[in-house]
Ligand binder design. Structure first.
Ligand code: BEZ
Length: 220
């Protein structure tokens, strides 16, 4: 059997290009998403329990992601007809406080595994189901974050949203975000990378610096 060529994209690289059929028609990625953030994510299979809870949650949050200038794009190694039937079924479900949700974002059919191979989404060599991968692609088409979860563990959607907001904050204000940062909390001023720069910071040290390399920027 011919060995499948698998690419593992890296943070900072240009997102691999593809054209794919989705539940919302054909998309060209990342060209169609220029000027917007995109979260491209994979799930192992349609009609499976953990994936169903994830899609209900994604659907319940899709307007919040849109408000953050971020489009969602799902993918599994299933056919369009399978996606359509599964998403229709999901509309009937109630789980926690989520009910009657309609998935409005595109879900890629990737039976050929073309996209999954370009994004390293299948980790089981010779297997045919994707892990729970998440790629954040910025408005310039650059990969900014990559997450991989195993099939057994549903994703944390608060974290998915927090990462997007943190990336946008870093871009807007030229800051980094500390551990467990949430919007409204203090951010981190990038440390100097020269000795004179470090001395300057030491001289200016105030309440917001623990040392020359750890200074916080106060948020209102
Ligand atoms: C699930 O979504 O429940 C699932 C999918 C593939 C393997 C294990 C669990």
């Amino acid at each position: 059997m011919e060995e499948r060529k698998v690419n593992m994209p890296l943070i900072g690289e240009q997102a691999p290009e593809f054209t794919a059929m989705t539940t919302e028609g054909v998309i060209n990625f990342p060209a169609d998403y220029k000027g917007k953030w995109a979260i491209l994510f994979s799930h192992p299979a349609d009609f499976t329990p953990v994936c169903t809870t994830e899609f209900m949650t994604f659907a319940s949050l899709q307007d919040e992601f849109k408000a953050l200038n971020c489009e969602l794009i799902g993918l599994s190694i299933d056919s369009i007809h399978s996606h359509i039937a599964w998403l229709k079924k999901i509309e009937e479900f109630q789980w926690k406080d989520i009910k009657n949700v309609k998935v409005k974002f595109p879900v890629i059919e990737d039976v050929s595994m073309n996209v999954a191979s370009k994004y390293g989404m299948v980790h089981d060599k010779g297997g045919t189901s994707a892990v729970r991968a998440v790629f954040y692609v910025d408005p310039k088409g650059i990969i900014r974050t990559i997450l991989y979860y195993p099939a057994s563990c549903g994703r944390n959607f608060n974290e998915l949203k927090r990462i997007l907001i943190a990336l946008q904050k870093s871009d807007k204000d030229g800051v980094a975000t500390p551990a467990d940062w949430h919007p409204g909390q203090d951010t981190i001023i990038p440390p100097p990378n020269t000795a004179p720069g470090a001395n300057e910071r030491l001289a200016k040290e105030g309440d917001n610096c623990l040392d020359w390399f750890l200074c916080f920027r106060k948020e209102k």
